[in-house]
Design a protein around this ligand. Structure first.
Ligand code: ZN
Length: 344
């Protein structure tokens, strides 16, 4: 007979996205109990109350999948896109996924914790994916390694890991890699305007290495250099930008120029990181790594080529693509919650 106190416990990881929640389970020994992507609607556009309900449902469903009772949950890791504070309070100005006024300054972590009655540990989604990338790459050596992860999506997210832990910073804003300024000299082509970022900076990493960067900066310029390109007939620049990856995989010259500039931007970011942190691992994720294997290997090689390392560093560091990207957020959020339990 099992007494309740001796039942094995689990940690749930929940990744809250613009359209879906992804959920996973971790046991007390750090093993993932769900091998596949487990998604359900996030309903964030219906406001905080409905979205919290959707997260609870997603938690209950992943528990049911593995036949674990709610009482076996010792902690929950919650990941969301930013900007939010280190404690999971959504920015006063809202955020892309949380535009309704009810979300502004909403204590997302606290509200879920009150609803569930177990500790909820917050991570921003970039940091969570970085933690998962680090842990899965270094395994048993994770606690004595450091890494930087850059994830190319609508924006440029990621995180910094030192000694196996996320570097959060004083205000929870460490690892905002997208808004690091990088040199533009030698990156831009002749007559190409300085790329502008939505954050107000000019010439930061996200202004080049993101879908938004393609749409606002790179594609408008490169279409002037390839005036007969098929993409000039796309419905809008927004639609055209989404098609660039497919062209890149097919070896299209315009798209290749765009991805070469993105790889150069990431290499320049990693060069800055090599002098700041000197990490063991440089990881890259995002839609681009879901492309064909020859394309992503080319992209990673271009990034490495554009990262200036000292000889001693080049001998010991690794470059790799982040695996299981669609599950990385939930898995990383669960790992962060397990770390919290172990240290509390
Ligand atoms: Zn920026």
């Amino acid at each position: 007979m099992n007494s309740r106190g001796r039942e094995p416990w689990v940690v749930v990881g929940l990744d809250n996205g613009g359209t879906s929640n992804s959920a996973t389970l971790l046991d007390s020994r750090g093993r993932f109990l769900v091998n596949e992507l487990f998604e359900s609607p996030s309903r964030v556009r219906e406001g905080p109350e409905v979205a919290i309900g959707a997260l609870v449902e997603s938690l209950d469903r992943v528990l049911a999948l593995t036949d674990r009772p709610r009482g076996s949950v010792r902690a929950v890791g919650l990941g969301t896109p930013g900007p939010a504070s280190a404690e999971g309070v959504i920015s006063a100005r809202g955020a892309t996924n949380f535009s309704e006024a009810a979300w502004h300054r909403f204590d997302f972590r606290g509200a879920l914790e009150r609803r569930l009655g177990v500790p909820v540990i917050y991570s921003n989604d970039g940091n969570a994916a970085a933690l998962y990338a680090h842990d899965s790459y270094f395994g048993r050596e994770a606690t004595v390694r450091s890494s930087i992860s850059a994830i190319v999506g609508t924006g440029l997210g990621g995180g910094v890991i030192e000694a196996g832990r996320v570097v959060r910073g004083a205000a929870g804003m460490a690892g905002e890699l997208g808004h690091v300024h990088i040199p533009m000299e030698g990156l831009l082509a002749e007559g190409q305007p300085i790329p502008q970022c939505n954050c107000g900076f000019a010439g930061d990493v996200e202004s080049v290495a993101s879908l938004t960067g393609i749409q606002n900066n790179l594609l408008p310029y490169w279409l002037t250099r390839f005036p007969d390109h098929e993409l000039t007939t796309a419905e809008s620049i927004v639609e055209a930008a989404k098609l660039v990856r497919g062209y890149g995989v097919a070896g299209d010259p315009l798209a290749t120029e765009i991805f070469r500039q993105q790889a150069m931007a990431l290499g320049r970011l990693f060069t800055i990181a090599s002098n700041f942190l000197d990490p063991d691992g440089y990881f890259v994720g995002g839609g681009v790594v879901e492309a064909s294997s020859s394309f992503r290997e080319w992209f990673l090689a271009e990034i490495r080529e554009n990262t200036s390392l000292r000889e001693e560093q080049a001998d010991v560091v690794s470059f790799a693509l982040i695996p299981d990207l669609d599950m990385a957020g939930a898995r990383g959020a669960a790992l962060a919650a397990l770390q919290w339990l172990e240290s509390s």
